[in-house]
Design a protein around this ligand. Structure first.
Ligand code: URA
Length: 237
């Protein structure tokens, strides 16, 4: 493909916008400065750099986002800020979308990708990908609640949840817990606690399958998945 198309496809701007970049001498092909936008390059074998940094040709993007509260897990919304609005133009260029949903007031781990196949597999109810949440609960969470969650509780629509693991970190008038569930019903964690007469007052997703929220990412920050993290996700049972 043409060099300007390569650079444009990798999010460096429109073909028109990459022209001055080429003209400035910032782009090298296999170690040699290349200014011709029409130069033919092979995505598989040629090494393209911009200001010394290698630009690998990839079709897919995989981002770990620490979703902040107050954003919606969607690509577009007429009222609220979406998780995609948090990304820079280079990432948005790939049209990523969130894999599954966190409520507007929930924060924590959210995977964003344009790999529809992987997203579909991770969300498939047949896969039972574990999701672990940290929550603060208004009320004293008890061993009986843990037992009820292990057995499965009946939600407000009559659905019986699959066995879930509740770890009580601290119990009191306000309790702190970690809950691991293997499904993703609408508002599931909040509804599970409601079924035992308690309210979730703060909710954060810590992990999804083998993928754990990087503690160095603050709310609203994101980074690409490492090779290892991606491999782990692709191998989810
Ligand atoms: N369960 C909830 O209730 N809300 C979320 O955002 C995720 C799981």
């Amino acid at each position: 493909m043409r060099l300007d198309k390569y650079l444009s496809n990798m999010g460096l701007g429109s073909r028109k916008e990459v022209k001055p970049l080429l003209k400035s001498g910032a782009v090298e092909v296999n170690g040699k400065t290349e200014k011709d936008p029409k130069r033919h390059v092979e995505a598989e074998t040629d090494r393209i750099t911009v200001n010394g940094e290698e630009i690998l040709y990839t079709e897919f993007i995989y981002l770990m986002l620490h979703k902040p509260p107050g954003t919606v897990s969607a690509t577009e919304d007429s009222r609220d800020r979406t998780v995609v609005d948090l990304l820079g133009p280079a990432e948005r260029h790939f049209n990523p979308f969130p894999v599954g949903r966190l409520d507007k007031d929930t924060e924590g781990l959210l995977l964003l990708t344009n790999d529809g196949k992987l997203a579909h597999e991770l969300l498939s109810p047949r896969k039972h990908v574990d999701k672990t949440y940290f929550a603060r609960i208004d009320g004293e969470v008890t061993a009986e609640d843990a037992e009820a969650f292990r057995e499965g509780v009946i939600l407000d629509d009559g659905y019986k949840t699959k066995p879930a693991t509740l770890r009580i970190l601290s119990a009191g008038p306000e309790s702190e817990i970690e809950l691991t569930i293997t499904e993703g019903k609408f508002h599931q964690v909040k509804r599970m606690f409601r079924s035992v007469g308690k309210e979730v007052v703060y909710l954060k997703r810590l992990s999804m399958g083998t993928l754990r929220l990087d503690p160095s990412l603050g709310p609203g920050e994101y980074r690409p998945l490492t090779e290892q993290e991606l491999k782990g996700l692709k191998q989810e049972k």
